[in-house]
Design a protein around this ligand. Structure first.
Ligand SMILES: [Zn+2]
Length: 426
């Protein structure tokens, strides 16, 4: 009897242990499956629609760190391990990491510093355009040039990163329709109307008071965009060049959205309601973005994501995206990481290999469908680009803008013409 009892107890215990083990196993598997399925879901989304990023400043790093000599750097290697590039706090982009980040297209910034305005900004912009062209030519296994929305789709189909040129700052064209048209003919497909400085025709974002710069560091000179600036906008519409209003003042944003006959873009800006930085987009402007079929490509740079000077993490970027979505819906948001253009990026989005982390975080909110996330990744900016091209086709009989800016306007704004020999009508 005792033996039987003992056997019964042992058998019962064994059954219990087996049940517990099986339950634990099932739970672990479920957790694994859930984890796997989240990652797999993100991978499937980014397989269907790789990321089209609105702004990357790698060319500026190549200028500063390699003097535009592509023999000095191997961009097909992991630069985080490079003895110089791995140590500077501005290098977050190379081709292996872009692939890991599931990037299918990029607008490479042809940027020159505001200090070049009215000096050699045009020369430097030409050098940066030449650099981007050499970059694409040197790395055909990774990059493919794109001049249109269709080219972006083709490059992605060919498993290449579509490469486009975005000019960052209206000072790159000084005040010349001719230079604008030449840049377009060289492949530039957007121009940011300003960087941190006013041009003689558009006001830059530091004219806006914000909690970051309580006292504006610039004075408005152009009521947002001057009459001449509106002619630049008109000519960009005619050319089919996207008007980028990241970096401009709120008044300039409003005027661009009002006067452009095609949708406009913010290539790299986030939400002012989340971080009251003049580089970000106010709610009233977000409403205009929706109304005009335009797009805000959310940027990751900690400086505009967190207003308290801390680095932040993926969830901080999610807050910006969720806020913009709450006003515009999921059709008017994209991504413009601006890697290599800032020195601090949020935890989890440290470099251009980390975009999938953002998609995981957005999936976890439960607010985003697969279709929404494909729009965010790239379909929205493709739609906007196509609309700009469509408008260009409709405007094919519109006369181009000609002539120069008026000399009296330059005098009135006290524009320093020391380095300019051109003769302006007064
Ligand atoms: Zn920028």
């Amino acid at each position: 009897m005792n033996v039987e009892k003992a056997i019964l107890i042992i058998a019962a215990s064994a059954l219990l242990v087996a049940t517990v083990l099986m339950t634990v196993n099932v739970l672990v598997n479920q957790l694994d499956n859930r984890k796997l399925s989240l990652e797999q879901r993100v991978q499937t989304i980014l397989d269907n629609q790789p990321i089209i990023d609105g702004h990357n400043d790698l060319p500026w790093n190549i200028r500063n760190l390699a003097y535009n000599d592509l023999r000095r750097i191997n961009l097909a290697s992991d630069l985080s391990k490079h003895e110089i590039w791995g140590k500077v706090n501005t290098s977050y982009t190379d081709f292996p990491r872009l692939r890991k980040g599931r990037v299918g297209a990029l607008f490479w910034g042809a940027y020159t510093d505001c200090s070049s305005q009215l000096k050699d900004s045009v020369e430097q912009t030409l050098e940066q355009i030449d650099l981007i062209k050499r970059l694409v030519k040197k790395y055909p296994n990774y990059l493919e040039f794109a001049f249109s929305a269709a080219d972006i789709e083709n490059a992605i189909e060919n498993k290449k990163i579509a490469s486009l040129i975005g000019i960052e700052g209206g000072h790159s064209i000084q005040f010349s329709f001719g230079i604008l048209r030449m840049f377009y003919s060289m492949g530039a497909r957007y121009m940011t109307l300003t960087h941190d400085c006013n041009t003689p025709w558009v006001d830059a974002s530091p004219v806006d008071p914000s909690s970051v710069d309580k006292n504006p560091t610039l004075l408005p000179q152009n009521d947002g965009i001057s009459e001449f600036g509106l002619r630049i906008v008109k000519e960009m519409n005619r050319l089919g060049m996207m008007i980028d209003i990241s970096h401009v003042s709120q008044r300039a944003m409003e005027k661009a959205l009002k006067h452009s006959v095609a949708p406009v873009i913010f290539s790299h800006s986030s939400a002012r309601a989340i971080c009251d930085h003049h580089r970000n987009v106010p709610d009233s402007v977000l409403r205009l973005v929706k109304k005009t079929n335009s797009i805000v490509m959310v940027t990751f740079s900690s400086a505009v994501v967190r207003c308290d000077g801390t680095r932040g993490n993926v969830s901080d970027v999610v807050k910006h995206i969720q806020h913009i979505r709450s006003i515009t819906g999921p059709e008017h948001i994209g991504l413009g990481g601006a890697y290599d253009g800032g020195d601090v990026f949020p935890k989890g989005l440290e470099d251009c290999s980390k975009y999938p982390n953002l998609f995981k975080a957005l999936l976890k909110t439960g607010d985003w469908t697969v279709e929404d996330l494909e729009k965010l990744a790239g379909k929205n900016i493709l739609r906007v680009f196509q609309a700009v091209e469509q408008k260009r086709n409709e405007l094919k009989d519109q006369e181009m803008e000609q002539g120069f800016i008026n000399g009296e306007e330059l005098d009135k704004k006290k524009v320093n013409l020391t380095c300019i020999t051109a003769n302006f009508e007064r």
